[in-house]
Design a protein around this ligand. Structure first.
Ligand code: NAD
Length: 508
C-alpha cells in the first residue's frame, strides 16, 4: 500500500494518500520523495510499486474485465464518468494547488488543467452510451453486424507536464469504451495523479479492479507494466525514444499501442498576418508551461519583410515575462519541473549561444526562497544552422529558435525539416494560402491564426516520430475498441452447397 503524505512546512498537510478506500493503488516497495520545484520542499513521500505489485494490479484489472458488467453497460459507465467530471470541478482549487506545488506550473494554468480535464471526462461520459457499430445488408439472406468491443486491459502510462489532462485524455475514452485500466503516472507527478484518480476510484458504481494504479520509475515499473502478458493495449504519452522502447516491448506479444510522443512544432508567420495577434500567439506557443508542452511552437519562422520587427517585439515580450512563485497569480513564467530538466534545458541554451545568437538576457531575477527554484529564463535564439541540435531536438523548456523565410516553399521546407509531426501554427490573412500550407504540413494539428487551442471533440496526434494513433474526439474513443463482424447467413456454405454457388455470392 502507498503511504504518500503531503507535507507543506508550517501548514497542515495538503492531503493524505492513501486515504481510506484507496486500494486502487498497488504499491508495497521502497519510498521516494516528491519535491516542489519552486521551494525544493518535500510535497509527498511516495511508495513505489514492485514488479509483483504490477502483476497484482494487472490481474485485478483482467479479472474485473472478464467478470464485471462494466463492459456491457454503457449507462453505468456514463454515470460514473459524469460523476467524476462533477467531482473534479468541485475540487478544482485543492487539486490546482497540489498540481502547482508538485509540478511547478502557474496556478492559473493548473486551474485550467483541472477544468479542461473535467470537460474531457464529460465528453467521453456522453460517448459511453454511443459506442456504436454498424450493420451491413449482404444480400437477401445474409446480414453482417459490426460491433465495437473494448480491447481488454489497458495500461495508461503518462508524463508529468499536464499530468491530469493527459491521464484522462486516455483513461476516460478507455473506460467509456468498457476497458479495465492500470495507470502508471510519471514519478515527478504521482500525488496529483493519485488524488485526481481517487475521485473516480471511490465511486460506488465503479467495479473493483476496473481502475488500478502503480507508481514508480518508468524503466522498472513502467517497463514491467507494458510487458505484462495480460495487458492487451498500452496507451503511452511521453518522449519519442521511450515510446519506441514501449512499442518494442509491446511487440513481443503483439499488443496494441497508442503513442502520443514528442514534437518540435513550427509556428509560421507571414507578412500579411495580423501581427499583434500573431505575436500573442507566438508567446503563448512557446512559453505555455515554460515550454514543457509537447506541442510547443519552438521554431518560429517569420517572412523576411517583417522578421526584424516581429522578432524584436517578441524578444521584448519574452523579457517581460514574470518569473516568480507559481502560486502567485501574477507569475507568468514558472520554474521547470526538476533540477535535471533545468540542467538539460540550460545545456541547449549553451549550444544555442555558441552556434547562433542569443537575443535574450538569461538572468533569473528572483531572490529569497525562489533562488532555489528550477527557473530557466526565456531564450530566443537566432542564426542557428538548421542541423543544430537546438533546432532539431525537442528541448522541453522556454527556448525558441527564430528563422526567416522568403516564400511559401521555403516556409514549408523549413517547417518540415525535423523528424517530428505533432503540430504547427500558421498566421496569414490569405485563406487560399492557409488551405495550401495547412494541407502541405505533415502534422496532427495545424492551428490557423491561433495556437494551443484544444477541444475534447477534436482529435490530436502525431505524424512520423510524434506518435501513432489519435486521442480526443471520436477517434480517441475508437482507439480503445476492437471491431468484430457477426455474420448471419442462412445460405449453405460453399463446401456443402447442393448446387454450385455463383462466384459473386461466395462466402469465404
Ligand atoms: P518519458 O518518456 O520520460 O516518460 C513518460 C512515462 O513513461 C512516465 O510515466 C515514465 O515513468 C514512463 N516510462 C519511462 N521509461 C519507460 C519504459 N521503459 N517503459 C514504460 N514506461 C516508461 O516522458 P516525460 O519526460 O514524462 O514527458 C515529456 C515527454 O512527453 C516529451 O517528450 C513530450 O513531448 C511528451 N509528451 C507528448 C504529448 C503528446 O500528446 N504527444 C503530451 C505530453 C508530453
Amino acid at each position: 500500500m502507498t503511504d504518500t503524505n503531503f507535507v507543506r512546512p508550517g501548514r497542515e498537510p495538503l492531503a493524505q494518500v492513501p486515504g481510506p478506500g484507496q486500494r486502487f493503488v498497488v504499491a508495497g516497495g521502497e519510498t521516494f520523495s516528491d519535491t516542489d520545484p519552486t521551494t525544493q520542499e518535500r510535497v509527498a513521500t511516495v511508495r513505489s510499486s514492485t514488479p509483483s505489485d504490477v502483476d497484482e494490479a494487472v490481474q485485478r484489472a483482467a479479472h474485473a474485465f472478464t467478470t464485471a458488467r462494466w463492459r456491457n453497460d454503457g449507462a453505468v459507465r456514463a454515470r460514473v464518468l459524469f460523476h467524476y467530471a462533477e467531482r473534479l470541478r468541485a475540487d478544482r482549487d485543492r487539486l490546482a494547488e497540489l498540481l502547482t506545488r508538485e509540478q511547478g506550473k502557474t496556478i492559473s494554468e493548473a486551474r485550467s488543467e483541472i477544468l479542461g480535464s473535467a470537460e474531457m471526462v464529460e465528453y467521453y461520459a456522453g460517448l459511453a452510451r454511443a459506442v456504436y457499430g454498424r450493420s451491413i445488408a449482404l444480400g437477401d439472406d445474409a446480414h453482417g453486424v459490426v460491433v465495437r468491443e473494448p480491447v481488454g486491459v489497458v495500461a495508461v502510462v503518462t508524463p508529468w507536464n499536464w499530468p491530469l489532462t493527459l491521464l484522462v485524455r486516455s483513461l476516460a475514452p478507455a473506460l467509456a469504451a468498457g476497458n479495465a485500466c492500470v495507470v502508471k503516472p510519471a514519478s515527478l507527478t504521482p500525488a496529483i495523479t493519485v488524488e485526481g484518480l481517487e475521485l473516480l476510484a471511490s465511486d460506488p458504481e465503479l467495479p473493483e479492479g476496473i481502475l488500478t494504479c502503480v507508481l514508480g520509475p518508468g524503466d522498472v515499473v513502467g517497463a514491467a507494466l507494458v510487458s505484462h502478458p495480460a495487458v492487451d493495449m498500452v496507451a503511452f504519452t511521453g518522449e519519442s525514444t521511450t515510446g519506441i522502447d514501449v512499442m518494442r516491448r509491446a511487440a513481443d506479444d503483439l499488443r496494441k499501442v497508442a503513442l502520443e510522443l514528442g514534437g518540435k512544432s513550427p509556428n509560421i508567420v507571414f507578412a500579411d498576418a495580423k501581427l499583434d495577434k500573431a505575436l500573442d500567439g507566438a508567446v503563448n506557443a512557446i512559453f505555455t508551461t515554460s515550454g514543457q508542452i509537447c506541442t510547443a511552437g519552438s521554431r518560429l519562422l517569420v517572412e523576411a519583410p517583417v522578421y526584424d520587427e516581429f522578432v524584436g517585439r517578441l524578444v521584448e515580450r519574452a523579457q517581460a515575462l514574470r518569473m516568480g512563485d507559481p502560486l502567485d497569480p501574477a507569475t507568468t513564467l514558472a520554474p521547470l519541473v526538476s533540477a535535471a530538466q533545468q540542467r538539460t534545458v540550460l545545456e541547449y541554451v549553451d549550444i544555442g549561444r555558441k552556434e547562433g545568437s542569443l537575443l535574450t538576457d538569461t538572468d533569473v531575477p528572483v531572490e529569497g526562497i525562489l533562488e532555489r527554484a528550477n527557473f530557466v529564463a526565456p531564450a530566443v535564439i537566432a542564426d542557428l544552422p538548421t542541423d543544430s541540435r537546438v533546432v532539431q531536438e525537442e528541448v522541453f523548456g522556454p527556448v525558441l529558435t527564430v528563422h526567416s523565410f522568403s516564400d511559401e516553399a521555403e516556409a514549408v521546407r523549413l517547417a518540415e525539416d525535423t523528424p517530428f509531426g505533432l503540430a504547427a501554427g500558421l498566421w496569414t490573412s490569405d485563406l487560399d494560402r492557409a488551405w495550401r500550407i495547412g494541407r502541405a504540413l505533415r502534422a496532427g494539428t495545424v492551428w490557423i491564426n491561433t495556437y494551443h487551442h484544444f477541444y475534447a471533440e477534436a482529435e490530436v496526434g502525431g505524424f512520423r516520430r510524434s506518435g501513432l494513433g489519435r486521442q480526443q474526439g471520436i477517434e480517441g474513443l475508437f482507439e480503445f475498441t476492437e471491431t468484430k463482424h457477426l455474420n448471419f447467413d442462412s445460405k449453405a456454405t460453399l463446401w456443402c452447397a447442393p448446387a454450385p454457388i455463383s462466384p459473386a455470392r461466395w462466402r469465404w
